[in-house]
Design a protein around this ligand. Sequence first.
Ligand code: 2HA
Ligand code: ZN
Length: 273
Amino acid sequence: MKVLEASFVQGFIRMCDDGFNQNWHERNGGNLSYRVREEEIESVKEELAWDNPWQPIGTSVPGLAGEYFLVTGSGKYFRNVILDPAANICIVEVDRAGENYRICWGLVNGGRPTSELPSHLMNHEVKKQASGGRHRVIYHAHPANIIALTFVLPLEDKVFTRELWEMATECPVVFPDGVGVVGWMVPGGRDIAAATSRLMKKYDVAIWAHHGCFCSGEDFDLTFGLMHTVEKSAEILVKVLSIRPDKLQTISPQNFRDLAVDFHVTLPEEFLS
Ligand code: 2HA
Ligand code: ZN
């Protein structure tokens, strides 16, 4: 099968376009990666090449040795992915040591995988282990309301988790573990990747102050839906804070406990006290 005919590639392209249409990907903002299943790689083998040079990842991900990833290209625009996927995305293979990658397909006009490859791969490594292999998608976007909140809320996991949960009843069901927050850091390197992947051991959502958000999930629907839910909640909070600085009423800790029972989720008490 051709790479572009494969359903995992079509799902990836659709998600890039959906994200652009949400206004989360100005210029070359944001990046997406998918840990490809063995049988999916097998199905597109006719179009893969294994003669490109190995390049350093910039960090070490031994837990991903030999895995293949479909990723957006560095400097490429999400809005162009649907028009010319082969020029804007690529499939990379990770070597046996988890230290290097090589491009096996795509970026036909040249280029490299996303500048946030260290963060994507370190998050994949953590989530692969934490989810027993179920999580396959890591998504980074620049949603305006989430970013706006990082200027006015304390950069604490508990504050962001409670505020976002309170803005929509379904939020604690969609992200029951809460959200983590990383203070401002230089993007693209190993340090921000390490800080983010530490949070990803505990959460499926990591917010980068004054920058954007990372989400992890099992498939494209769940991961896009997670980003969408968090950003919608942030939008409601921005509206609430804009109307008046204090809430007249909200969802109480006991309301959350009652919800957790009926919806069969566990909400950590550390966020309810
Ligand atoms: O430009 O979003 O964080 C891609 C990015 C870097
Ligand atoms: Zn970014």
